[in-house]
Design a binder for this molecule. Structure first.
Ligand code: ATP
Length: 633
């Protein structure tokens, strides 16, 4: 019997990748190849059976409690998909945003087989735990992914064929994934379409019970399609865009970066024409869109006094909204984040080390967001920024009149502010020695005694500390207390310097994707220089440079190297240490490939975004030309 050609491609790709160590360009979708590369970089052996074990029953209970809202909002789709899955001999799986299976329902026969490969509640199916699989890949890629049979990284998972889509909350935060899994031997062509449309429904439902005080605008170019799950939804507080669904952002040509940054007036020309069900809104680029508006009593879109933006509610398991420019992490850091969140949940203090601007605070906030304490306070203390005499009062609080200048009512102190949540001790290496002893005592005894007070208060905080210093060396030199060091650094994470990122061009392209608006693109020569620069200020400097280029350019402009800050523009020839062996041409090629992948394999779209012709892109980024390239699966 003739073998299915795509299966033969995958087998060939596996041979190239796992046996020969070559990148099988064009044989498997880009998402699969990237996932294999991330898994290989983690040192996974594809022949092994990964150790996937559910946690304790109490942990599963807690996991479900934490995700109660997601489970409830997903129930209608889980039920309909379960029927579908049972008929086609598969199972449907709902996970949380970190890939932990919350529910696995469907055909009991297949469910048994799936359980053999640990596809059951409580088990993490993130890529970092289970290798390439649809759930893990969809969570990393933030888009729907199908992984069939031998496309799975680990051999024992070859029996599976999975399609999964990530679930994003109205702030763009990952809160879960929905997956349909069947036997690899069966066709599952509809699976991807099904999970995508079910996720549309779930995401759409999130808006129904949230945002009572905001203005919710539902949009579609076709009036008949207003009200369906694929309608665009935009939420404004005052006049500011604070939340949206993906369809709303796409309709307006925006990305998640627009939340908090764009106003009603940036998006629409004037206010709505007509009322309620029958409104029309004209977009800034001149399109008439059909709209349904639900206004809070006092807000007038596009006119009237602008109310100050209020903090937005968190509809699903209360994740903190991502900051405007969403963090960009490499695969190893994503894995570290998941691990750090588990450690924090397990009450193990973690220490983050990294150069200035490498994103230690961003990492800590993300850990908090992924932890079970996401809806509890995150309190950051910069130990280097406070005058020595004040840190103590700031941290531990003080009683009324404890010292000159103390507020009349006294102060609770940051440690008690963080009660129930996460305390982030930034620049811990700069904490004065005398204070280290007090901090150690507070951490050990889990109590805080305010200055001038006699009564200790119990506190329940999880500790995350960060420093750019070599704390271990400081303990040896007597500048940092070893007992405190071992207390706060029970598990350490080293954030990579920006120049050490293996896919620096990809990271830069992703940062730019966060910042760029209005069709602005980076010319390949610009990206090549950015990728060759050494970035001593790390992420902070990279974000600053991108923002500067966005501010200096016009909508639709293809940004040439002349707009780069001088230090970066003048990087020719590039510093040797910063350029990988394949040189600038290689970097430009990598950037082009990243752009193609970011455009879901659509070379014409990638060419448009990069501002180069399609033929240039084929010539430089696609080995062997367009024929063999297949990026979509
Ligand atoms: N992973 C990331 N993705 C996108 N932007 C980032 C990331 N990490 C850091 N940044 C950007 O860099 C800025 C600095 O990050 P952050 O304050 O976390 O660095 P840091 O390592 O704590 O620096 P310092 O040691 O100087 O305090 C952030 O405000 C953000 O703009």
């Amino acid at each position: 019997m003739r073998q299915d050609p795509s299966r033969a491609d995958v087998i060939q790709a596996r041979h190239d990748f796992f046996d020969l160590g070559a990148a099988p360009t064009g044989l498997v979708p880009g998402a699969i190849l990237r996932s294999w590369q991330r898994c290989a970089a983690r040192g996974f052996d594809s022949h092994e059976r990964p150790r996937l074990e559910p946690g304790l029953a109490s942990e599963l209970r807690e996991l479900k409690e934490r995700n109660e809202r997601l489970i409830r909002l997903s129930r209608p789709e889980l039920e309909s998909l379960t029927r579908e899955a049972a008929e086609s001999g598969g199972i449907v799986i709902l996970t949380d945003g970190a890939g932990f299976v919350l529910d696995a329902l469907g055909d009991p026969g297949f469910a048994g087989k799936a359980a053999n490969v640990a596809l059951r509640p409580g088990v993490p199916w993130s890529e970092a735990s289970a290798g390439t699989n649809a759930i893990g890949a969809a969570l990393v890629e933030r888009r729907a992914v199908q992984v069939r049979g031998p496309e799975h990284y680990f051999e024992p998972h070859r029996i599976l064929s999975c399609a999964a889509a990530p679930i994003l909350d109205p702030y763009g935060a990952l809160v879960g994934a929905l997956d349909l899994t069947g036997q690899a031997a069966l066709p599952h062509d509809r699976a991807l379409t099904l999970v995508r449309s079910c996720v549309d429904q779930i995401e759409h439902r999130m808006f129904a019970e949230a945002f009572p005080k905001a203005e919710v605008i539902r949009l579609h170019s076709d009036p008949e399609r207003l009200g369906v799950a694929q309608e665009g939804v935009l939420v404004f507080e005052g006049s500011r865009l604070v939340a949206a669904n993906r369809h709303g952002l796409t309709l307006m040509g925006l990305d998640w970066n627009a939340l908090g940054a764009r106003s009603f007036g940036d998006l629409f020309d004037g206010g709505p024409k007509g009322e309620g069900e029958r409104s029309l809104l004209r977009s800034r680029d001149g399109r008439d869109l059909h709209a349904r508006l639900r206004r809070p009593p006092t807000v007038t879109p596009g006119g009237g006094p602008k109310a100050p933006p209020a903090p937005a509610p968190h509809p699903v398991s209360a994740p903190q909204p991502r900051r405007a420019a969403g963090p960009v992490f490499d695969a190893q850091t994503e894995r570290d984040l998941a691990r750090a969140a588990r450690l924090v949940d397990g009450d193990v203090p973690v220490l983050i080390q990294g150069e200035t601007g490498a994103g230690k605070e961003v990492f800590a906030r993300e850990v908090h967001r992924l932890s079970r304490r996401a809806d509890k306070p995150f309190v950051a203390v910069n130990c280097a920024a406070l005058p020595e005499g004040l840190i103590e009062a700031e941290l531990f609080g003080y009683e009324e009149g404890a010292f000159t200048g103390a507020r009349r009512a006294g102060s609770k102190g940051l440690m008690r502010e963080a009660d129930g949540g996460v305390l982030f001790l930034d620049e811990i290496g700069d904490m004065p020695l005398a204070l280290q002893a007090r901090l150690l005592r507070a951490v050990q005894e889990r109590t805080v005694t305010p200055l001038g007070g006699a009564k200790p208060h119990a506190i329940d905080v999880r500790l995350v500390s960060a420093t750019h210093r070599d704390l271990k060396a400081m303990t040896e030199a007597g500048d940092f207390r070893p007992d405190l060091y071992y207390r706060i650094a029970q598990y350490g994470f080293a954030l990579p310097a920006f120049r050490a990122l293996s896919d620096r061009a990809g990271a830069l392209a992703a940062l730019w994707g966060n910042i760029a608006q209005g069709g602005r693109t980076l010319a390949p020569a610009t990206l090549a220089r950015l990728a060759a620069y050494a970035w001593p200020g790390n992420h902070r400097e990279a974000v600053g440079a991108m923002r500067a280029m966005a501010a200096l350019s016009e909508p639709g402009e293809r940004i040439g190297p002349e707009l780069l800050p001088a230090a970066i523009r003048d990087v020719t020839p590039a510093p040797v240490a910063a350029v990988p062996p394949e040189g600038l041409e290689g970097l430009a090629r990598a950037a082009m490939r990243a752009a193609i992948e970011a455009a879901d394999g659509n070379v014409a779209e990638a060419a448009r975004r990069l501002g180069v012709s399609r033929s240039t892109l084929y010539r430089r980024a696609v080995p062997g030309g367009p024929r063999r390239r297949r990026l979509d699966g």
